[in-house]
Design a binder for this molecule. Structure first.
Ligand code: GLA
Ligand code: ZN
Length: 676
């Protein structure tokens, strides 16, 4: 990367640090530095919510306290991630410039309060924040200890103000080449006589106007625009800080398979991906469920740039905003932190360093509790992770090699979730992607979670769960993948619409997909929540729920058939040979077993290496040219064992083992290094 971050040879370990809350407590600020060192923290993110302190009045700047914080961290060898404080606005700004306040979906402008709610189009907001960003960059950018810009905080949401409407209309004019006929066709406005005859008539989808699900093409364009405009705002901040200093890379903290923004678009504008991960460990869904769900999200972030990412936030113990805020059980902090590293993170960072005395987050987990002590269960857990990360510095920058890719598309999620049809309570798109992912996760097979525009040709297996919205261009790329010898797996509801949410004509899945899969999907039956059907495959009976698509096979071989209803005996699972490759189609939603057995068959026929591991135990690897790091994880409450082949050094103890049989306690993780 040629920047300060890439020169580091340590994995980062640290927190969001909010000293502003403690300016009246000098003894606390002094103690913080001492405790940070004790906790083996080597980085702090500062400035995230500092605007009102750095610029208490318009144009009046106060860097004194911040200078002190920066100096103390620097002198004590604690690296700094410097945030641009646009995540929360000062009161004076909102009072003087109401255009900075967002207008909601109800068309009502906010009054001052909360955070992450500015109008991202407002020229005033952009001007005021970039002025402050430049000053921060000029004042602290030459300090080598500042290693990364943290642009804003958890960008998200939408604004429906007039400035945003105008920007939306301009964006549409560009997209549709100033041609309203094209827009009317893409939005299918002949429906309910909603023809647009003037650009000025266009308005974002709102509660009291055009609801999301009516002109679905409008909705999809609006979602795209919100990503575009949010990114444009972010880019103004990036431009401001980079104009002063190019050596400091930038990131913004993403939020997993988040519904609101298209991270596949945003990824190109930041230097390194980071994200905030808050799993619900120890819930009634079980830790194994949580583990593969979070692993999926880690892999999604790693694959945005196909490079290591940063775990920017996680909780050292509990959150405070879930319905039930449970403590992490002993062992879980190390396990979940190392899980992030196993899936490509080069850091373990927390929200936050110290619990505040007041405000809504005072009971959110932090490294230092209200007792003010650098001791106790949570502190020791954090310290243990810090010590371990120091031993893992060789992992820094190493890659994940995967032969399997699962497509998770933000735009597809918008399209299918917004469609009126199928089951309108929950389409379960994200969950379906994760269920397919689980089949590889549990067999210790690395998986890339990618957008459909990624390079597909490097994979052996490509999984497309519920890829309802597919452009013609994408169909061609899938064709190329299979024609070249790849294996593709798709499910019900594949290829129904194009990128504008217009249905494909001539039968589903659209265009050439019918030849690739050797089928036509004629109808889809949605089952009630208490209904089920069964699929018979290789003489075994599998329960299926939610969706049963009715398929007419053409060249495809039928592997499984429905047991019940008027489509009993008809095709439900199919396999087709297409040019040099293969295509599998699963027409019904399984309940676990069917995917287990089908993927077992596919993995074997593809010759992929896999492990037979006990339930809840998994293995993931990262490697560089010289070494492979093997993370053996146990998410169950039982003692488990797993066998490895080869010569390994236990990273924690330094002990060398040949073909080790690994003993894992409850929530244990063992990390081994293998020389390549
Ligand atoms: C988010 C925010 C933080 C904090 C945490 C609490 O991730 O970025 O400022 O509010 O949630 O979990
Ligand atoms: Zn706005």
């Amino acid at each position: 990367m040629g920047n300060r971050l890439s020169k580091l040879d340590i994995l980062l370990h640290g927190c969001d640090y909010n000293p502003e809350q403690w300016l009246g407590y000098p003894e606390i600020l002094k103690q913080d530095i001492e405790y940070m060192k004790k906790a083996h923290c080597n980085v702090m993110s500062i400035g995230i919510f500092s605007w009102a302190f750095l610029e208490p009045e318009e144009g009046v700047y106060n860097f004194g306290y911040f200078d002190e914080i920066v100096k103390n961290l620097t002198e004590n060898g604690i690296k700094i991630i410097l945030a641009t404080p646009s995540g929360a606005k000062p009161r004076w700004l909102a009072e003087k410039y109401s255009e900075t306040l967002r207008v909601g979906k109800n068309n009502i402008r906010d009054i001052y309060g909360f955070r992450h709610n500015h109008c991202y189009t407002s020229p005033v907001y952009r001007e005021k924040i970039t002025k402050l960003d430049r000053l921060l960059a000029q004042r602290y950018g030459s300090n080598e200890n500042v290693i990364l810009w943290h642009i804003s905080n958890e960008l998200g949401g939408e604004c429906h103000c007039e400035l945003c409407q105008e920007a939306f209309r301009n964006w549409l004019k560009q997209k549709y080449n100033n041609n309203l006929n094209k827009l009317n066709h893409a939005w299918w406005t002949g429906f309910w006589s909603h023809t647009v005859t003037d650009w000025g008539q266009i308005h974002s989808p709102t509660e009291n106007g055009e609801p999301n699900a009516i002109l679905t093409g409008l909705y999809l364009d609006w979602k795209d625009f919100v990503t575009y405009q949010t990114t444009d705002f972010m880019n103004e901040e990036i431009k401001a800080v980079k104009a002063v200093n190019k050596e400091i890379p930038v990131t913004t903290n993403f939020m997993g398979p988040y519904q609101q923004l298209d991270y596949h678009y945003m990824k190109d504008f930041v230097d390194i991906i980071s994200w905030d991960s808050y799993p619900e460990w120890h819930s009634s869904r079980g830790n194994v469920f949580e583990a593969h769900s979070i692993a999926f999200a880690h892999d999604l972030h790693r694959c945005l740039k196909n490079k290591p990412f940063l775990l920017m936030e996680s909780s050292p113990s509990l959150t405070n905003w879930l319905s039930f805020n449970k403590l992490k059980r002993p062992g879980m902090h190390k396990l979940s932190s190392m899980q992030a590293v196993a899936h490509g993170s080069d850091s373990v960072q927390y929200f936050q360093w110290r619990k505040g005395r007041g405000g809504s987050e005072k009971f959110h987990g932090a490294v230092i509790d209200h007792d003010g002590k650098a001791e106790g269960r949570v502190f020791e857990d954090v310290k243990e992770v810090g010590v371990l990360l120091e031993k893992l510095s060789g992992v820094m920058g190493s890659e994940t090699k995967a032969d399997v890719a699962i497509v998770y598309e933000f735009k597809n999620r918008w399209a299918i979730e917004n469609a009126q049809g199928f089951c309108n309570i929950d389409k379960k798109y994200k969950r379906t992607c994760i269920n397919h992912y689980r089949e590889f996760w549990k067999r210790g097979i690395n998986v890339d979670v990618i957008g459909i525009d990624s390079d597909l040709l490097k994979y052996k297996i490509l999984v497309l769960p519920m890829l309802y919205s597919i452009s013609d261009k994408t169909i061609d790329r899938i064709e190329e993948f299979v024609a070249n010898g790849g294996t593709v797996v798709a499910t019900y509801a594949t290829g129904y619409v194009n990128e504008n949410d217009l249905c494909y004509m001539g039968g589903f899945p659209g265009g050439k997909l019918k030849e690739i899969f050797g089928i036509t999907a004629n109808e889809i039956d949605t089952l009630y929540e208490d209904e089920a059907n069964f699929v018979i495959m290789n003489d075994k009976r599998y329960k299926v729920i939610d969706y049963c698509e009715l398929i007419t096979p053409a060249s495809a071989k039928v592997l499984g058939t429905y047991e019940r209803d008027f489509y009993s005996g008809k095709a439900a699972v199919l396999e087709n040979s297409y040019k040099k490759g293969k295509a599998y189609y699963i027409a019904a939603r399984d309940t676990g077993e069917l995917l287990n057995d089908l993927y077992q068959q596919i993995i074997i026929s593809e010759g992929l290496e896999y492990l037979q591991l006990p339930y809840g135990v998994t293995i993931h690897t990262r490697q560089n040219k010289k070494e492979k790091y093997v993370f053996v994880e146990n998410y169950t409450e039982e003692t488990q064992t797993a066998s490895l082949c080869g010569v390994y050094t236990d990273v924690e103890t330094g002990q060398i083992y040949s073909d080790p049989k690994v003993f894992l306690d409850k929530y244990d993780i063992r990390i081994y290094r293998e020389n390549l």
